[in-house]
Design a binder for this molecule. Structure first.
Ligand code: CIR
Length: 413
């Protein structure tokens, strides 16, 4: 089995586009230039006894440097000046000094100064604009610009993309954990093809598919859903109950860190929680109390979601691996499941039984489109009759390893 990047892995997230990054760089630079301009004008105004005529002069005086600052910071923010506070402060100070110099030169030329006077004017401009302009630029570049930059990218991303994280099957897939099923032989080439088709189905339905770096030696790493759960802008990095799966979280976390505007939280020892046990339905977060998710993990999730407006409802799970091996939800909030797999369905306000065990898992592609396993034709027909457009994929090799359609990806939402 290969870990070469697949064709779909070149799918770019919308907020990665050069235009979106340039817009974010411009907006962050604009915010800094505005702060530097505003504080300098105000400082001059106050220093001169709040004389209204000084105000107009100050505006004129600082306009050219502020515009130059805008251009310079747009350029440096675009090439990564906001990656650390140190580089941001450096960029803020450097760009402000250069802007004062160039702005002074521009103003001198505008009033028709001779070439030899322009230098003097430009250099004295650095001293005159001085501490307030430079300090304001540095502080705003370090504290304000990164927020504006991330917000801008986030807005693009929210509007334009639906993002799903996936992870290529490991070389030792056939050694994956098994809890409730007997081991049967795995055809790894078939598994590879099924995984390719699964990713292609997501992409075809308008999802941007982003690959977590492959972990060829981590047998269960393809079941990436178990390593992180998204609640809007918050990503909770899990602590899998299966010890063999704990090393999987590093790769997931690396990728999540590269997503703009996402805050990372984590489940800490002795808590355990796997994403397959977390089912979000509107403002309710059902969490399976399973062999993989313990009481401490559920407690920690409850604390993390305090104040978010979500209720955490714990559901006993004993007959299957995860809560979502037994129940998932339709876009309208109806819980679907197989009565043999779940002990108590009375916890759910609306429950619809499915005719097949493999029919309990659906991925909501859209308000009216569902992704399901090809192993559950009767369930697919039932849901099609309810007005859903059902896309099916063959994931039989992963089903042998207690996987289902939900666990092969993490949807960012
Ligand atoms: C495991 O036992 O962890 C894997 N063989 C299957 C994980 C499936 N994950 C999921 O349904 N969320």
């Amino acid at each position: 089995m290969t870990t070469e990047p697949r064709p779909h892995s070149t799918a770019r997230i919308a907020n990665d586009t050069p235009t979106a990054k340039l817009r974010a760089a411009f907006l962050s630079a604009f915010a800094v230039a505005l702060v530097a301009f505003g504080s300098s004008v105000l400082a001059l105004f106050v220093a001169n006894g709040q004389n209204p005529s000084i105000f107009g002069q100050a505006v004129l005086y600082f306009t050219a440097p502020a515009l130059v600052l805008l251009v310079l910071l747009t350029a440096v923010n675009r090439i990564g000046a906001l990656r650390s506070a140190f580089t941001a402060v450096l960029a803020g100070v450097g760009a402000a000094i250069l802007a004062a110099f160039l702005g002074g030169a521009v103003s001198a030329l505008a009033v028709g100064a001779r070439a030899d006077q322009v230098w003097v004017f430009a250099l004295s401009s650095i001293v005159n604009l001085g501490p307030v302009f430079i300090a304001a630029s540095a502080v705003a570049e370090a504290l304000l610009a990164p927020r504006v930059y991330n917000r801008s990218l986030q807005r693009v991303s929210r509007g334009a993309r639906r993002l799903a994280l996936v992870r290529i099957p490991a070389s030792n897939l056939d050694e994956a954990e098994l809890t409730h099923l007997e081991r049967s032989p795995i055809d790894s080439e078939r598994a590879d093809r099924q995984w390719d088709n699964y990713c292609a189905a997501l992409a075809a339905e308008g999802w941007d598919v982003l690959e977590v770096d492959g972990a060829p030696e981590l047998a269960d790493s393809v079941f990436v859903e178990d390593t992180v759960v998204f609640f809007g802008d918050v990503a909770v990095i899990t602590r899998p109950g299966a010890e063999s799966r704990r090393p999987e979280i590093d790769g997931t976390e690396r990728l999540v860190r590269s997503l703009p505007g996402i805050r990372i939280e984590r489940i800490e020892a002795p808590g355990t929680l796997e994403g397959g046990d977390v089912l979000k339905v509107g403002d309710t977060v059902y969490v399976g109390a399973s062999s993989r998710t313990n009481a401490e993990g559920i407690r920690q999730l409850r604390v993390l979601l305090e104040g978010s407006g979500c209720d955490v409802v714990a559901v006993p799970v004993s007959r299957v691996l995860h809560l979502k091996s037994a129940v998932t939800a339709l876009p309208d909030g109806t819980i679907i499941g197989h009565p043999d797999l779940i002990v108590d369905t009375s916890l759910f306000p609306r429950f619809l039984p499915m005719p097949e065990r493999e029919g309990v898992a659906v991925v909501e592609l859209d308000r009216d489109r569902l992704l399901m396993s090809a192993s559950a034709p009767a369930s697919a027909a039932l849901l099609a009759n309810l007005g859903y457009r059902v896309v099916t994929v063959d994931i039989s090799e992963f089903e042998k390893l207690e996987g289902c359609v939900t666990c092969l990806s993490v949807r960012v939402r």
